[in-house]
Design a protein around this ligand. Structure first.
Ligand code: AMP
Length: 280
């Protein structure tokens, strides 16, 4: 059966209503396109969870600041649709920006908790407001039972999980582990911006996080280990936004030594900003 492509909410609803009439469970995988193996893994998880799988492709203008890479964000609609079809996706939803944000659109959701952890929110102040707005709309549009997100964007995963729960959106958020290149670099649509040299340097983020995690597992102080990781990234030529150890469930700064920890990092190499995180 070939994949359905819906470009408007009414086209999407026609299909979703039909599936609902047959009592089929559904899962959605929200993306910004330029799909790679990480996204495809999310589709595979969605297929495990539900009888019908939707992917959305929408480069959400609201989550980019004026100085960020909205206009040069990679786009490959034809390639993306082929990859989704190959992965066994049942429907691709590619809404129009004018339909998502008509000129009269003014509503925002006020976020708290993990959205105010002082990580991505500190360096990209509009980011989670934009993510929450579009994700809430996509959950409402698709009325999916499940939504699959990657741990790659760990703070985002916690933010959307909390929002869906707090607002009773009816969609259960599920996270899957980060898919990596053979050398450990987290797969990302933005990796294609890297020059050959930068691509080589970029592997240091994961390596440095793993070294810090090893030190903490061996009894080292998380603060000391992450500071050392940050310094070593700077020595390699990165501009570091943060390398930090946080409570894995709340992203709060840890206060006890028996908390589950997550190490999170964001750093720029050249013009490209990369993020990564790992469990301890
Ligand atoms: P994006 O298209 O980059 O906005 O990402 C769409 C979804 O794919 C988000 O839930 C991301 O966390 C997830 N994702 C992106 N890269 C990876 C990766 N390397 N491994 C797992 N999930 C990923």
């Amino acid at each position: 059966m070939s994949m359905i492509v819906a470009r408007s909410l009414s086209d999407l609803r026609d299909v979703v209503d039909l599936w609902r009439g047959e009592s089929l469970s559904t899962a959605v995988v929200p993306t910004m396109g330029a799909l790679h193996e990480g996204h495809i893994r999310l589709i595979a998880e969605a297929k495990e969870k539900a009888e019908r799988v939707m992917a959305t492709i929408f480069v959400n203008p609201k989550q980019f600041a004026a100085n960020e890479d909205l206009s040069r964000y990679p786009r490959d609609e034809e390639g993306d649709l082929a990859k989704l079809e190959d992965a066994g996706c049942d429907l691709a939803y590619l809404p129009n920006a004018d339909e998502i944000y008509p000129p009269s659109f003014v509503t925002t959701i006020t976020l708290g908790g993990p959205a105010k952890a002082g990580l991505e929110d500190k360096f990209r102040p509009q980011f989670f407001d934009g993510v929450a707005t579009v994700v809430a709309k996509l959950f409402i549009h698709t009325a999916a039972d499940f939504a699959i997100f990657g741990e790659k964007d760990y703070q985002q995963l916690l933010v959307v999980t909390q929002m869906a729960r707090d607002l009773d959106l009816g969609t259960e958020v599920i996270g899957i582990p980060t898919v990596r290149e053979d050398d450990g670099l987290a797969k990302s649509s933005r990796n294609r911006y890297l020059s050959k040299h930068e691509r080589h340097q970029a592997t240091a983020i994961y390596r440095t996080l793993e070294q810090a995690a090893d030190k903490i597992r061996a009894g080292g102080d998380p603060q000391v280990a992450t500071k050392a990781a940050s310094r070593s990234l700077m020595t390699l030529g990165f501009e570091v936004d943060y390398v930090t150890a946080r409570n894995a469930e709340t992203l709060a700064v840890p206060t006890r030594n028996d908390e589950p920890l997550r190490l999170l990092a964001a750093a720029r190499i050249g013009k490209t900003r990369l993020i990564d995180n790992i469990p301890v």
